[in-house]
Ligand binder design. Structure first.
Ligand code: MTE
Length: 322
């Protein structure tokens, strides 16, 4: 007989709060301590009909994979959609109007190159339609010590790796965001090492938790979330979850990320969540839940230890938590 053991961070469906059961937005944000000009009132404006007319609109809502559930309620979409890190559009959290207005997500291609059987460039919609799309409820823990919980729609990164057909000698995947300063004003700030780059080991990339995201809250991904395609690696600090991806390169050289290039003493390659290893400038012991303002303990690997701890056996000498 197969007995399914519920994981620590899972909760039954009946306890997951649907997206439309928000508290009053002002109360939420006031409670979260995110005032001081950061908060605008009213619904987040977005390009009228952009999601309804998306070429992948028919893929939504995708079936939820019940193996991925949460130990806390979902972050309301409207809170998530107005509090983002997307430096291509500025270093403030309120980049959503600029991203909504200026990021053009079609036409869009994804290049697959480096150590693969055959390099190729594929149209985003062709790629997505070749993938096993599903919804997963994931936690997200930013290195800045705030957290949220999101219903992502996407497909396992492993499916994309299989599609890419890497050579056996490839040991890392390097991800790259678009580079186009004409639509991303942040990229005119030449002191940043654009484009945004991230990387995973092949073992991490083929772990079941590594997820490519093309939707959220039952709709095609909004621009500020990193449309049309981003990564979600929920056991790592949020900066690993690179947005608006245009290239995957399979390589045997460890990628040096955007943040590692800027501040190597603070942001490393591994960036696994660990409450006991402080950031050089602040504690990582707790996190502020974005929509309630509650401060809760941070969990090792953001609560996903049973799924991913085995990836790091034998790597204890590495700086796994920065
Ligand atoms: N990807 C790109 N291309 N540019 C960015 O500035 N910020 C990262 C990550 N991916 C970032 C990025 C950081 S620091 C975090 S916490 C998450 O995106 C934020 O995702 P969210 O805005 O959907 O919450």
């Amino acid at each position: 007989m197969l007995i399914k053991k519920r994981r620590r961070w899972e909760l039954p469906d009946r306890e997951a709060t649907p997206e439309d059961m928000f508290l009053n937005r002002r109360q939420i944000l006031a409670a979260a301590g995110l005032g001081g000009g950061l908060i605008l009132s009213g619904a987040v404006p977005h390009v009228a009909g952009a999601q309804e007319t998306s070429p992948i609109a028919d893929l939504f809502p995708a079936k939820r994979n019940e193996a991925f559930k949460l130990d806390r309620e979902l972050t309301p979409e409207d809170v998530n959609a107005r509090y983002n890190n997307f430096y291509e559009f500025g270093s403030q959290k309120t980049i959503f109007p600029i991203a909504e207005e200026q990021l053009k997500t079609r036409p869009w291609t994804v290049a697959i190159d480096g150590m693969v059987e055959e390099e190729k460039t594929v149209d985003i919609d062709t790629l997505i339609r070749a993938m096993p799309v599903e919804e997963r409820l994931y936690r997200h823990r930013c290195v800045e010590a705030w957290s949220m919980t999101v219903p992502w729609t996407g497909f396992p990164l492993k499916a994309l790796v299989d599609y890419a057909r890497p050579l056996g000698s490839a040991t890392y995947v390097r991800f790259e965001t678009f580079l186009d300063a004409s639509m991303a004003p942040g990229q005119r700030q030449v002191w940043y090492p654009w484009p945004y780059v991230e990387g995973l080991t092949m073992a991490e990339a083929t772990n079941d938790l590594a997820f490519m995201v093309m939707g959220a809250y039952g709709k095609p991904l909004r621009n500020q979330f990193g449309a049309p395609l981003r990564l979600a690696t929920p056991w790592k600090y949020g900066f690993k979850s690179i947005k608006s991806i245009v290239r995957l390169t399979f390589t045997d050289k460890r990628p040096v990320s955007f943040w590692e290039t800027i501040l190597p003493a603070e942001y490393g390659f591994w960036a696994n969540v660990n409450p006991e290893v402080p950031h050089p400038r602040w504690s990582q012991a707790t996190e502020q839940v974005l929509h309630t303002g509650a401060r809760v303990p941070t969990l090792l690997y953001n609560g996903y230890g049973p799924e991913v701890a085995g990836l790091y056996t034998g790597l204890e000498a590495e700086p796994l938590y920065m």
